[in-house]
Design a protein around this ligand. Structure first.
Ligand SMILES: Nc1ncnc2c1ncn2[C@@H]1O[C@H](COP(=O)(O)OP(=O)(O)OP(=O)(O)O)[C@@H](O)[C@H]1O
Ligand SMILES: [Mg+2]
Length: 457
């Protein structure tokens, strides 16, 4: 590698030298597909002392979404050469290169940062923008530049004097713009340099577009890889879920037998004996395990819903009747207030009952020492001819801690010693499958679960 300052092709006007320079530019642009390095190479090549074209260059790229020109990079000529020649044996086969350290230094200059902070609206009423974007032609500062629009004023301020703006065109579309000037010497921009820039800009536009396409393909490839990993993970989880469901199914039958025989044993043993106590423990533990297995099975099975018209009020009344002894045991006062005219929803009565039973059991768990459980049914018109029924289940059990609120609907999240953590997860899934919603609010008084379901018209 050697410094490019020793290049003999530094005299614009000498057409062989210019052709070789152009060839070198082209070799350089083909040498990388990394957009960042490519933009640095492009701007350094046209500002390097050896090419002797311009003293400063700024690159702006078009943002298709917001339709603005976004400043990408600004480079000022330095006396020491930044470019290094690679493969200098055969000058036609040689190209330039930049070290990573030079790239970082170039990005950190004041001019580059200033350019990067720049956004220019692509406003066709501005003569410069019109010429660059609609006519796809270069524009000199002494040409028909309008005097009052923001766009021109900005570029003028950026360049402080004479400048040339040239479009970067690819597939008949302006994808960006390079602005060049000579702020150090104030030297006029010659027609030769201008022609050279036009020849160069076409190649640069194509190289940048290719590089951006490559970045997009790379990003899409990464996304695809990510999606494939997630799919694989999902398949693995589904397999584990199926295995767990099979296992649970196999465990359920012997458990029912154990519970049944323990129950018989319990009846045959004299009360208040140690043996009676042992049998009683087996019965209650078998019952708990049976419920747990039933919950896991319900959660792991693919849900099938038999939709039919069912009365939500009746379902709730049913649940309350089922839990009457629990209410009595725990001294819980239950009330139901009903403002809704109709409570007919389309759904699976058995599954909906499971939702309210889970909410009631949770409320009973937090009101062991007594309390109040209030059911409120109201109707809401969400759209003309579209009504929902809202059921609020309010307890006085002291509420849910703020930290655990985001987790309570997660499967297997529980704060109870004997809980499975599936009650709310199952309730949530059932309600979502019924096109409804379930929410929770909590205060120091207690928790309020709100279930809303579409009413049958
Ligand atoms: N009404 C409530 N008041 C206070 N905390 C509640 C209430 N309902 C639910 N929780 C909290 O949410 C957690 C999750 O409830 P969920 O019903 O999903 O599981 P669980 O009751 O712990 O176990 P499972 O219902 O499977 O037997 C509970 O452990 C509890 O901490
Ligand atoms: Mg529960």
């Amino acid at each position: 590698m050697k410094s490019s300052d020793s290049s003999p092709y530094s005299e614009p006007g000498n057409s062989v030298a210019e052709l070789i320079l152009l060839y070198q530019f082209s070799n350089t642009m083909l040498s990388t597909i990394r957009l960042n390095k490519l933009t640095h190479l492009i701007l350094t090549a046209i500002t390097t002392p050896s090419s002797n074209l311009f003293e400063r260059a700024a690159l702006f790229m078009r943002n298709e979404k917001s339709d603005v020109l976004q400043g990408m990079l600004g480079i000022t000529r330095r006396l020491e050469a930044d470019l290094q020649i690679v493969g200098d044996e055969d000058i036609l086969g040689s190209r330039w290169d930049l070290s990573d350290e030079t790239i970082s230094r170039q990005r950190a200059t004041y001019f580059s940062m200033h350019v990067r902070q720049t956004r220019i609206d692509i406003d066709d009423s501005c003569a410069l923008i019109h010429q660059i974007f609609s006519e796809r032609k270069p524009c000199r500062s002494d040409e028909n530049i309008c005097h009052h629009c923001q766009t021109c004023r900005f570029i003028k301020a950026l360049c402080n004097g004479a400048f040339v703006a040239i479009p970067l065109v690819c597939h008949d579309k302006t994808i960006g713009m390079i602005v060049v000037d000579n702020p150090d010497t104030g030297r006029e921009i010659s027609n030769v340099s201008m022609t050279f820039l036009r020849l160069f800009a076409n190649q640069a536009g194509m190289a940048i577009e290719n590089s951006m396409l490559y970045s997009r393909i790379e990003e899409a490839h990464l996304n695809l890889k990510d999606a494939r990993e997630r799919l694989k993970h999902g398949e693995r989880m589904a397999a584990i879920g199926e295995m767990a469901a099979n296992l649970v199914h196999e465990l359920k039958n012997p458990l029912v037998t154990i519970g049944g025989f323990a129950g018989r044993l319990l009846k045959s043993l004299p009360v208040e004996t140690q043996q009676h106590h042992y049998a009683d423990t087996i019965v209650s533990e078998a019952c708990r395990l049976e419920k747990m297995l039933a919950d896991i099975l319900a959660f792991s099975r693919k849900p099938t819903i038999c939709f039919s018209a069912c009365d939500l009020k009746e379902i709730i009344q049913d649940c309350l009747t089922n839990c009457a002894t629990t209410f009595e045991d725990h001294n819980i006062k239950v009330s139901l207030s009903d403002d809704s005219c109709s409570s007919i929803v389309s759904g699976d009565a058995h599954q909906l009952k499971q939702v309210f039973l889970n909410l009631i059991l949770n409320a009973c768990d937090v009101m062991q020492e007594g309390g109040e459980l209030l059911f409120t049914l109201t109707q809401k018109e969400v759209a003309p001819d579209k009504k929902t029924i809202i059921v609020c289940v309010e307890d006085s059990g002291g509420g849910i801690q703020k930290e655990i609120m985001p987790q309570i609907f997660n499967p297997f999240f529980t704060t109870k010693n004997h809980g499975t953590g599936l009650g709310l997860a199952i309730a949530h899934r059932i309600i979502i499958n019924h096109f409804g919603t379930i929410d929770v609010h909590s205060s120091a008084n207690g928790a309020v679960f709100t279930v809303s379901l579409p009413l049958v018209a």
